[in-house]
Design a protein around this ligand. Structure first.
Ligand SMILES: NC(=O)C1=CN([C@@H]2O[C@H](COP(=O)(O)OP(=O)(O)OC[C@H]3O[C@@H](n4cnc5c(N)ncnc54)[C@H](O)[C@@H]3O)[C@@H](O)[C@H]2O)C=CC1
Ligand SMILES: O=C(CO)COP(=O)(O)O
Ligand SMILES: [Zn+2]
Length: 349
């Protein structure tokens, strides 16, 4: 008897482009969400476009400003939503307020709208939240946004390193998919050909366009946001972050525990992808293409670029497998000698 089933949750409206913030009211109307919104943002995005967003939402919606991500912030948003009798949330800003809104919406059983002001990683469109707590970080499943409204004029004006971090998060899909396939072959982990192919194609298209991704060009923001959307869709199809998160993400999550907020998520996973590609295929493999693409974009390719010393990178690489139960090329852990060889041969240290 055929007994398979799948449930793919996707955003209903994805609106990307020049001045699309002016369409926000229409996008929300189209969702048919009744009642009042609560805007969840952080200080800079609020200062830059908060008033424009609120004007589009009508009825002068209340705003919660998140300075620091974490479960406390999620709780504060939940309480504010109840106090304001809000019926849906609007996440406005970078990954921090969007993840907070996503988690709070999940807790409340509300829908939420994502308005990214930076293309810093694929969490701005995905159904995953990454919430820090103490020196750990929880990666939690939630529903994806009902709508994504990404104004490329706003995104293009964000600090350039946020965009290069988003690019590197996409480039890291190469190794994430290789890890996923490996887990399928060795551990019989469920693998989706569609999600794997979409994720890899997204990385390939970004790398092919790497030369045209330039600071100050709104077209670059367009290319990167579209890639982040595509990567988010791959995760939705898979029903997990597997298509976009393999050993390079474990490495980054480990760095986050050793030194929180030292470097951007995307930059860490980019350097992780160089190392992990080397571990998969050795000296003649993809790692050079990954490194060169990151270098063209202007993303970090070495430990020093990230602001880490060599020993921290070795520690993170040899202990990354402990982060979560996700089979990757790291298996049950690689030796210090293997980690040092990979990091040295690739020029990461
Ligand atoms: N859901 C997921 O899969 C993932 C979620 N995350 C979460 O995302 C957070 C990191 O994301 P970020 O976007 O780096 O954090 P963020 O929201 O703190 O933004 C980074 C900085 O950029 C500024 N910014 C944003 N847009 C701007 C603009 N248009 N102009 C000027 N400044 C602007 C913000 O004010 C902030 O200072 C982490 O705290 C983590 O919790 C990180 C990785 C993956
Ligand atoms: O960052 C992500 C994908 O790019 C999400 O992955 P995690 O599930 O490892 O948090
Ligand atoms: Zn990521």
């Amino acid at each position: 008897m055929f007994d398979k089933s799948t449930w793919i949750k996707l955003p209903r409206n994805v609106v990307v482009g020049h001045d699309v913030l002016s369409d926000l009211g229409a996008v929300v109307d189209d969702l048919s969400v009744a009642g009042r919104p609560l805007v969840v943002t952080s200080p800079t995005p609020n200062r830059l476009v908060g008033d424009r967003v609120r004007a589009q939402l009508g009825s002068n919606p209340a705003t919660v400003t998140v300075e620091k991500a974490g479960f406390d912030a999620v709780e504060r948003v939940v309480e504010a939503a109840k106090a304001e009798e809000a019926t849906y949330l609007v996440g406005l800003g970078g990954g921090k307020p969007i993840d907070t809104a996503k988690m709070a919406a999940d807790r409340l059983g509300f829908g939420f709208v994502s308005i990214p002001t930076a293309a810093s990683h694929d969490g701005i469109v995905s159904g995953r939240s990454s919430i820090p707590e103490g020196d750990t970080r929880h990666s939690v499943a939630a529903d994806p946004p009902l709508a994504v409204v990404a104004d490329t004029e706003v995104v293009a004006a964000a600090p350039w390193e946020l965009t290069t971090a988003g690019c590197a998060d996409i480039v890291s899909n190469y190794t994430a998919v290789e890890d996923w396939k490996l887990a399928y072959r060795l551990q019989n982990v469920e693998y989706s050909e569609y999600a794997g192919a979409l994720s890899r194609m997204t990385a390939e298209m970004l790398v092919e366009n790497a030369d045209s991704i330039k600071q100050g060009l709104e077209e670059s923001a367009w290319v990167v946001v579209k890639a982040l959307v595509s990567s988010g869709v791959a995760m939705s199809i898979a029903g997990s972050s597997r298509p976009a998160s393999g050993a390079e993400h474990l490495f980054s999550h480990r760095l986050d525990r050793i030194a929180p907020d030292r470097a951007l998520h995307g930059h860490q996973v980019g350097v992780g992808a160089i190392l992990v590609a080397y571990l998969h295929e050795g000296e003649k493999g993809m790692w050079r293409n990954i490194r060169d693409a990151l270098a063209v974009i202007g993303a970090p390719t070495t430990a020093a670029d990230l602001g880490f010393d060599d020993e921290t990178v070795i520690e993170a690489l040899t202990t990354a497998h402990r982060i979560r139960d996700r089979y990757t090329i790291l298996g049950n852990g690689i030796s210090e000698a293997a980690a040092r060889e990979a990091a040295t041969k690739t020029g990461v240290i």
